[in-house]
Each structure stands twice: as structure tokens, then as C-alpha cells.
Design a protein around this ligand. Sequence first.
Ligand SMILES: Cc1cc2nc3c(=O)[nH]c(=O)nc-3n(C[C@H](O)[C@H](O)[C@H](O)COP(=O)(O)O)c2cc1C
Length: 190
Amino acid sequence: MQDIVEIIKSRRCVRQYQKDAVSDEDIEFLINCGIHAPSGFNAQPWKFLVIKDKKIQDKISEHGKRSLIPMIEPMKDTSQKIANFLTFLKAEETSIFYGAPVLIIILGNENVMTVDYDCAMAAQTMMLAANSKGIGSCWIGAATTALMDKVILKELGVPEGYKAIAPLIFGYPDAETEVPEKNKTDIIWK
Ligand SMILES: Cc1cc2nc3c(=O)[nH]c(=O)nc-3n(C[C@H](O)[C@H](O)[C@H](O)COP(=O)(O)O)c2cc1C
């Protein structure tokens, strides 16, 4: 049994991947871990869309870049991080999915009140499960605007009444990822 605290603390958002595929068995393992996440009233309001096809990933990436650039452009002088993100988005070779071999989008039932929390719980559970197997991961919020487009959702076969909540990439890391600064948080004791 691996130490859960070690798995939690060593999980990093991975942005450089090896070309090696994640096996279907491992993809199913991740999803089977995800569905053990808690959900309000045990609604389990999720479905999992697995996209290995690079052409489909690229289409979502290009749509995401096109829709995000005009949103971020006016904010570019507010922080260096935003300016860097804009440069990243504008580069022709950029894929917002960093060439990861698999993208898993957690879809949530729009009629369930707790759906956003439930799917985020499943997402973190999957990312931790991935780390336990040496598989890197990252939540790609940059795909969100593209995944709000009804045409794209239809093309992806997303069932009516479901929305895309957590676009997650998985693959074997190609480099060590530094631990980003973690702020000391405030704890309010009563
Ligand atoms: C909701 C959400 C959206 C995110 N979107 C992106 C993204 O679009 N691109 C990216 O490279 N990282 C994205 N991240 C990853 C964060 O940048 C990363 O978790 C953060 O920098 C902390 O690093 P760590 O996960 O290695 O601790 C996202 C994370 C979350 C939770």
C-alpha cells in the first residue's frame, strides 16, 4: 500500500509528456477510481469522455485558443503570468493539451445541483490515482470555453443535458515538475 500523503503531496500538474500511450486498462483504472469520489446524495452525475484522437484534441485546442485570446488580451498588462499565458496561446505550435496521449473530459448532468463539486471530486481522485501509478495529469481549464460550444459538444457525442466540467490530460511525464510555491494558508480556529 502506497502512502496516501506522499501521493497527495507529490502530485504535480504535468505539462511535458512522453509519447507513450496510457493503456486502456489504466484509463479504466483511473475512471474506476474517479467513480469512488463522493457526490451529493450519491447522485454520481458523471460520464467520462475519453479522447485519444490527436485530431479531435487539436480541434478543441484551436477552438480554445481562438476563444481565449480575445478574453485575455485586455488583461495582459495586469500580471506577468497572464502575459506569458497569452504568448503561449498565440504560438502556432501550442496545444493546450501539451501533447498528452489522452484527454478525459468529465461530463456532468446539468440537472444535479451538486454536479460541479461532484465532478471536481472525481477529477482530483483520478489525478491522485494517476500519480499512484506514475502517470502525470493536469486539469486543462483552457479547454472550457471550447467545451461550452454546443456544436463541439454534439460532435463529441456529449449526451443531451450534460456539460463538460473537468477536461483532464494524462500521460507519462517527460520531465521532473518543480513544486510550485504553495502559500501558507490562513486557518481560522474557533
Ligand atoms: C480548475 C483548474 C484549471 C486549470 N487550468 C489549467 C490550464 O488550462 N493549463 C494548465 O497548464 N494548467 C491548468 N491548471 C493547473 C494549475 O495551473 C496547477 O494546478 C497549479 O499551477 C498548481 O500546480 P500543481 O498542480 O503542480 O500543484 C488548472 C488547474 C485547475 C484546478
